[in-house]
Design a protein. Structure first.
Length: 255
């Protein structure tokens, strides 16, 4: 069950910037209206509905109601685990919203099972939930692959291999053999994100994988060259929805 986790977001009052996850993200909305914005379309999921994004889909989550704080739970499910649950099939969700009371109930049961830490209980709840949402899925003849970076594959590899370091646009644009402003414009046109937005996203999700009950968060902040703990916490919350401290506390509670 290492390829499965969930997080509770209570009182979301800021937009999520453009980003992507390597997993399926399945959210049950408890309060407010969630908006998922892709390049050419938007989806809205209200209280009592389940929203889904597929792996590597670049999207943002702007707040659709500024006066109503968003509250939801999100389950992160790896592509490999989803494939196992669907008997070896690669699947995708074209319909991003599910309105089904049984699926909602099984979603809640799954999160409660995950709180127990009991592998058999979790697996049983997971199979039940997967069975409830399978009718909303389609078989994907390909696989969910990382976004294509075209001319920026070398830049992407450099970022991956040096994720702990500081980056600046001058160095990256020189690597791409293009002026800084042209580099930013072309990178965004290719990836849907600005270079610095992409780098911060990669840093945060790399940090997230390191956090456990015993992690010194200050050490992580400085290891990844954030200015200070406040900068790390603010950036982490922008992409994850909770502060690193709250994320760590959640991990401790379910041990």
């Amino acid at each position: 069950m290492d390829n499965l986790e969930y997080i509770n977001i209570d009182g979301q009052t800021a937009d999520f910037p453009m980003h992507f996850h390597e997993t399926f993200c399945i959210s049950l909305i408890h309060q407010g209206i969630e908006q998922i914005e892709f390049e050419d379309q938007s989806f809205f999921s209200e209280k009592g509905s389940i929203s889904i994004t597929n792996p590597y889909e670049i999207h943002a989550n702007p707040l659709s109601e500024s006066k109503v704080a968003l509250k939801f739970d999100t389950i992160y499910l790896s592509g490999d685990l989803m494939k196992y649950l669907f008997e070896g099939k690669n699947i995708t969700f074209e319909n991003r919203k599910i309105n089904n009371e049984k699926a909602n109930l099984l979603f809640v049961q799954l999160t409660k099972a995950m709180d127990t830490g009991n592998a058999k209980t979790i697996e049983l709840a997971l199979h039940r939930f997967a069975n409830a949402i399978k009718y909303h899925s389609q078989e994907n003849m390909g696989t969910h692959g990382k976004p294509h970076f075209s001319d920026f594959n070398e830049i992407d590899l450099y970022i991956e291999n040096n994720i702990h370091e500081k980056f600046n646009l001058d160095d990256l644009s020189r690597m791409a053999n293009i002026n800084k402003y042209g580099f930013v414009k072309k990178f965004k046109a290719t990836t849907g994100m600005t270079p610095m937005n992409y780098i911060l996203m990669k840093k945060v999700f790399s940090c997230k994988e390191l956090i456990d009950a015993h992690t010194e968060l200050t050490d992580v902040a400085y290891r990844y060259n954030f200015t200070d703990m406040a900068h790390f916490s603010k950036t982490f919350k922008r992409f994850v929805g909770v502060s690193p401290k709250k994320y760590q506390t959640h991990l401790i509670e379910i041990l």
